[in-house]
Design a protein around this ligand. Structure first.
Ligand code: GUN
Ligand code: FE
Length: 454
């Protein structure tokens, strides 16, 4: 019997810190039966060659070929699974109109399990093919269809955190799409938590239930309070939207005379295992509250450009010690790819950057200390997501899950422009981050299991 379940040899990129990547050139990665990285061995280590010799030629030895590189699997902190069916639709209209005209009618169709299965099956496979190994999902108000999404994650090997959406306020939600009443919303949520916990016992990679008030405008005070209690009772993950758009932010100020952060906190919804999407209009006390409660931010740079006309000051929030990861926000963001969101996170941050020269007008447009580098954006999509979820994922390090994407830069059909045989590895990393397409993602592994190849 082999000591390890799998042994990989290749060059990998992982985050050393939020600012810097670590380049692991020609390392060995030994994966144990639980799908965790048990050992990371450098070429100069004494055990490198004996280990290599013991596994070479075996079916559980994987040597990356020239031009292939390992990256941690991406962690998407904000996906509306049903909205995959309308990706790219009507992003030119305001959030409120988009929700009522397109999104709620679409989501109401997920009462039909056959329709739900078609969309969810395709989405989970698409996200895996884009290198996304862990996803924090909003499903719909329907308990059964939400459970079906969790089952599809389980079956396809993706690490899924899934929420049955709560929107119970009859004054705010259309009759054709809302929880029948507040009590049922809470009962359904509790039954959903228990069902997902049962399902989780059957998989290795982890499937988790998430307490999911859609956003404050869609929920009654009773529902928000009940959901806070359920989160505490089950020590469950919590997700919602927080201070996303001028309209949503203003609605909460009118209703509670507070910002979203403090209102959510009053209901017990800001916890160590909470992830709040967008957070475009957090002020300093809001941000301090996030840091104190351990609440993380799902930064959705593509979606924020469309619905919020806004850029969050990632560097500033990082300096306060807030955990931040990336979200596609399908379909407020049109793309299923976190590569696209990594790119947009950098581009957006450059637009918000303070002008270097205080005598130029650009100085007044910016926010100091906003700019992030490609290394930092990569951190958001990987280690930052793992920290936001308090899970050992997103890094190629000992005691982390073997969640990886194998990138091939030399495919004839999708070759990256690398012409110098001795190009420095950070340069190659940058080319991968800016230019890789799904075609370049040759294999995806979650918890030591191959879940996608092309
Ligand atoms: N706020 C409430 N619901 C939604 C949604 O589905 N998408 C986005 N972007 N914002 C929301
Ligand atoms: Fe969203």
């Amino acid at each position: 019997m082999d000591q390890y379940m799998q042994l990989f040899q290749g060059t990998a990129f992982s985050s050393q810190s939020s600012k810097e990547i670590q380049i692991l050139k020609d390392y060995l990665f030994a994966i144990n039966a639980e799908g965790m990285i048990e050992k990371v061995v450098a070429p100069e280590d004494a055990e490198y060659h004996p280990l290599l010799e013991a596994y070479q030629g075996k079916s559980n030895f994987h040597r990356l070929t020239e031009g292939q590189y390992l990256l941690p699997g991406f962690i998407d902190l904000h996906v509306h699974a049903p909205q995959w069916a309308q990706s790219g639709t009507a992003l030119d209209i305001p959030l409120y109109d988009w929700l009522n005209t397109y999104t709620f009618p679409l989501e109401s169709k997920f009462a039909d399990l056959d329709f739900a299965e078609k969309v969810y099956d395709d989405l989970v496979s698409t996200l895996l093919a884009n290198g996304t190994t862990t996803v924090l999902y909003f499903a719909t108000v329907h308990k059964e269809a939400s459970l079906l999404l969790a089952e599809l994650c389980a079956k396809k090997g993706q690490r899924g955190l899934v929420g049955k959406v709560v929107m119970d306020d009859p004054a705010q939600n259309p009759e054709y799409y809302r929880d029948a009443d507040t009590n049922l919303a809470l009962v359904d949520t509790e039954e959903f938590i228990l069902a997902v916990r049962e399902l989780a016992k059957t998989v290795k990679q982890g499937i988790y239930p998430v307490v999911t008030p859609r956003f404050i405008p869609s929920c009654t005070n009773e529902a928000l309070e009940g959901l806070g209690k359920l989160a505490a009772k089950y020590d469950a993950y919590v997700q919602s939207h927080c201070s996303e758009s001028d309209w949503a932010h203003g609605y909460v100020r009118d209703r509670f005379d507070k910002n979203d952060a403090f209102a959510l906190h009053d209901f017990g919804l800001l916890r160590e295992k909470s992830v709040m999407a967008h957070c475009n209009f957090l002020d300093e006390p809001d941000a301090d509250l996030f840091a104190e409660t351990g609440t993380a931010i799902a930064h959705c740079p593509v979606s924020n450009a469309y619905f919020a006309n806004s850029v969050i000051p990632v560097a500033h929030f990082h300096a306060k010690g807030i955990d931040i990861g990336l979200g596609t926000d399908i379909s407020g963001g049109f793309s299923p790819s976190l590569f696209d969101n990594v790119r947009q996170a950098v581009i957006s941050s450059r637009m918000l950057e303070d002008g270097v020269d205080p005598s130029l007008p650009a100085h007044e447009r910016g926010v100091p200390d906003s700019r992030i580098t490609i290394d930092e954006a990569f951190y958001l999509a990987t280690a930052g997501g793992g920290e936001s979820l308090s899970l050992p994922i997103g890094r190629l390090q000992q005691n982390y899950a073997w969640d990886v994407q194998i990138i091939d830069t030399k495919l004839p059909s999708a070759k990256l422009p690398i012409f110098d045989e001795n190009e420095d590895l950070h340069g190659i990393f940058e080319k991968i981050m800016y230019l890789a397409r799904p075609e370049n993602i040759r294999e995806v592994w979650v918890q030591g299991m191959k879940v996608h190849s092309r």
